[in-house]
Design a protein around this ligand. Structure first.
Ligand SMILES: O=C([O-])C(=O)C[C@H](O)[C@@H](O)C(=O)[O-]
Ligand SMILES: [Mg+2]
Length: 447
């Protein structure tokens, strides 16, 4: 019999961020996450990192009675019971009973919580069995090195706000010097890419769009390709462009854009999966999404319509086992797997690396925001990138992150002292441009 879980702790934490711009506004000075630490009766710990916000903190706390006292070997049953409890809770709050129509909504609301339960148990199980988490996912570990991409952002000028953005925190290299500084044109984006490549070795670049006029963003993509002819490049305007506009902008860019992420969304009578399918047909470009193929029902429709070549199955939103199921499906059905990300610490990086190490076949470089957070890790060892890749050693059991209690406490203090909670990019933007309002069809700075 394996040991039992004696405690499950849920710790909301914050870290520093740059003023990253997107369709929804500007990142605030702090990003938030929820960290779960489970300790077992042998004194080993298992960890997870999931998105921040009080709703998730509370839902994770609601799982504690279903976790403590259970054996590590019972993790599947524990996750099942937590799922049933959370589905009842969410359906109850919505005034329903978990009817079919509410299924997708419930799936999205509970999976990031379930990831917070499943992952520490997989971490502990791996430690007891002496294998990495990847060995427990899908058909087991299939690669040792996982490729990540450089996630480039336009960056606002923090000096124009009265918010406590971190600055001048790292003078060690070009990336340290520019990552908090304004980046508002193609030259600045190319400089970001150069500096990020120098520090991390990335060969793949993704530009967050939806910020400026689309043509200006495409100019930045072309400038990137000119500077890095061998690189795989993508842009993600979070469905800000209309279908016709997206086709017009991207047609003829087969040699420049490797794929396009959420170029367009729902339009009039057409769903986002329908417009994405048309975009794919009319341009011949591969499509990726973290917006319109994010649960199994959407997946079924996306596959029927041939809307999505690259489902970005973030383990935080699908669970670790769920995102590897997506990877297996992609491998079998002529799609390629990728991962979406949000700002995160080293635990999430390890979760993605472990999942990707179990994803069969050809996969895309995984998204990560970590370059914006580099240096703010919660484990005892800094994550290492080599040639744009993170190694998943076969002889390091579990997730590979041992939590540093002092760092965890400091990140929790940052959360409490700054009254952090749920992410709100509109609030960040309103400090930059008074009166600014989110509009899903208008780039944030093109007003
Ligand atoms: O691919 C995406 O849509 C993302 O990475 C979502 C994130 O929230 C991104 O837009 C951001 O960090 O601003
Ligand atoms: Mg996206």
């Amino acid at each position: 019999m394996l040991p039992t879980i004696t405690t499950m702790e849920v710790i909301p934490v914050a870290g520093y961020d740059s003023m990253l711009l997107n369709l929804a506004g500007a990142h605030e000075p702090f990003f938030t996450r929820n960290i779960v630490v489970m300790t077992d009766s042998d004194g080993l710990t298992g960890v997870a990192e999931v998105p921040g916000g009080e709703v998730i903190t509370k839902r994770l706390e609601a799982c504690i009675p279903l976790v403590e006292g259970r054996s590590v070997s019972e993790y599947k049953d524990v996750v099942q019971r937590c799922r049933a409890m959370l589905e009842r809770q969410v359906a109850g709050a919505a005034g329903g009973t978990g009817a079919e129509t509410a299924h997708a909504q419930i799936f999205k609301k509970v999976t990031n919580v379930l990831t917070g339960v499943e992952t520490p148990m997989l971490d502990l199980l791996g430690k007891h069995l002496g294998v990495p988490v990847a060995a427990l996912l899908g058909d087991g570990q299939v690669r040792d090195r996982v490729r990540f991409l450089a996630y480039l952002f336009y960056v606002g000028d923090y000096r124009r706000t009265d918010m406590p953005y971190l600055h001048d925190d790292d003078d060690s290299d070009a990336w340290g010097r520019i990552r908090r500084e304004p980046a508002l044109d193609a030259d600045a984006i190319v400089r970001q890419a150069e500096a990020a490549q120098e520090r991390f070795g990335f060969h793949d670049f993704k530009l967050k769009g939806g910020v400026f006029e689309p043509a200006k963003e495409i100019e930045a993509v072309k400038a990137l390709k000119e500077r890095f002819p061998e690189a795989r490049i993508t842009i993600d305007p979070n469905a800000a462009w209309s279908l016709d506009e997206a086709v017009e902008l991207c047609r003829g860019l087969e040699g420049t854009l490797t794929y396009v992420e959420d170029p367009c969304g729902a339009e009039g009578r057409f769903s986002s999966r329908e417009t994405m399918a048309e975009f794919h047909r009319r341009t011949g470009l591969a499509t990726a999404t973290n917006m319109c193929d994010t649960d199994w029902r959407e997946m079924k429709n996306a596959i029927r319509l041939d809307s999505v070549t690259i489902p970005l199955a973030d383990p935080h939103f699908w669970t670790m086992t769920g995102c590897v199921r997506v990877a297996q499906l992609c491998h079998d059905l002529d799609m390629t797997w990728g991962v979406h990300s949000n700002n995160h610490f080293d635990i999430s990086l390890a979760m993605v690396a472990q999942a990707a190490a179990a994803a069969p076949g050809r996969i895309n470089a995984c998204d990560t925001h970590y370059m914006w957070q580099d240096g703010q890790f919660l484990g005892t060892k800094a994550p290492e990138f080599e040639d744009g890749c993170v190694t998943v050693p076969r002889d390091v059991p579990g997730l590979g992150v041992e939590i540093d209690r002092a760092k965890l406490e400091a990140a929790h203090r940052l959360y409490v002292d700054n009254n952090c909670g749920t992410r709100d990019d509109a609030r960040g933007m309103q400090c930059y441009i008074p009166g600014w309002q989110y509009d899903p069809h208008r780039p944030a700075m093109a007003r």
